[in-house]
Design a binder for this molecule. Structure first.
Ligand code: 8YV
Length: 331
């Protein structure tokens, strides 16, 4: 009997991919790169399942060329690269990788916040540049994080993990979210709900953890940046497009806010050229979930979902993190 075919859009942990081989004919791309819609259509034309990432945009047009496709597993908690309505309409299940990355992404949000507040990147560049000839008592002054007010915009599971870390810094946490957490969870996170205007005005450091949706496009633009404290640090570990990068570059250059730590960009992997010219920003190439353990956990979860969708493994018939479970009910 021929095995169903699974296409993997990038190479990852061979021992985890091997778990598919008993049940699937696996074809994994040898290198990670962006695929055009035509290339995706061509690769999915004969595939029953796919494991894809943020750069792979699966929309209705691509699906038209993929008549056999039954399941798409996304390597990431955010899935704005998938058109879920189109997938559901085509009867294709889709999964993401929630929870396994919460703590690692929360660690990284704090890393960026601390690095931006204490000017770690700038100071390192200066030292490497051979400019350290003596110390200046008033040199390299940054902002404290301990004891300050940390704002979190988007209070899902990653936001909550970020909030829990604040206790060790004796920092106060305020948050804004589409819906307020229940009282027990608010207590556990020691977080106070405020409206967006108060969040912008009161946060010493503001961390963005929103999913990317059309409604969240440029949730932080010129007006929002102007509403923040001039001493504030802005951290984006969510998605490019949530911040207006051109407005952020202007705000940093003119002192509207003090600094920023940014892991995600509009149009990444291109980065707005004005951001690259600015010293008071820490930039990283979308690595918030990139710890050795977590990337393995994300890969394993994607594989578990594909196995389960085809009736294999411990979750047979019930992909553990399916986004559109109705598809299976209808099958
Ligand atoms: C990426 C992420 O998926 O989980 C998300 O939503 O943005 C990241 O974890 C990761 O970079 C894999 O490409």
């Amino acid at each position: 009997m021929t095995k169903p075919k699974v296409w993997i859009s990038r190479p990852f942990f061979p021992d985890i991919v091997d778990r598919l081989r008993e049940h699937f004919d696996v074809s994994a791309e040898p290198e990670e790169r962006a695929f055009s819609a035509a290339e995706l259509a061509e690769r999915l034309a004969d595939s029953d399942a796919a494991i894809v990432g943020l750069a792979d945009k699966i929309d209705g047009k691509v699906l038209e060329a993929a008549p056999k496709l039954r399941f798409v597993a996304n390597l990431g908690v955010g899935y704005n690269n998938l058109d879920i309505d189109a997938l559901t309409q085509a009867g294709v299940g889709a999964s993401n990788t929630p929870d396994v990355l919460n703590e690692t992404v929360a660690d990284y949000a704090w890393a960026l916040m601390l690095a931006a507040a204490r000017r770690v990147g700038e100071a390192e560049r200066w030292l490497r540049d051979g400019q350290w000839h003596g110390s200046r008592f008033e040199g390299w002054l940054g902002a404290d994080v301990h004891g300050k007010t940390i704002g979190i915009l988007g209070m899902g599971r990653i936001g909550q993990a970020i909030a829990r870390r604040a206790a060790g810094f004796r920092a106060r946490v305020i948050y804004h979210n589409r819906s307020r957490l229940d009282a027990a969870l608010e207590r556990e996170c020691a977080a106070t709900y405020v409206d967006k205007a108060s969040l912008l005005a009161q946060s010493d450091h503001l961390i963005l953890v929103l999913p990317y949706t059309p409604a969240n496009h440029h949730a932080i633009g010129e007006a929002e940046l102007k509403a923040m404290k001039p001493t504030a640090v802005l951290v984006n570990i969510a998605r490019g497009g949530i911040v207006d990068d051109a407005a952020l570059a202007r705000a940093l250059a003119t002192g509207t806010i003090a600094s920023a730590g940014v892991d995600v960009f509009e149009g990444e992997p291109s980065v707005h050229p004005d951001l690259l010219k600015i010293e008071n920003i820490v930039l990283s190439p979308h690595i918030a979930s990139a710890s050795r353990d977590t990337r393995r956990d994300m890969a394993a979860l994607a594989v578990d979902n594909v196995l389960a969708a085809f009736g294999h493994g411990p979750h047979a018939g019930r992909p553990p993190t399916i986004i559109n479970p109705g598809v299976l009910a209808d099958a």
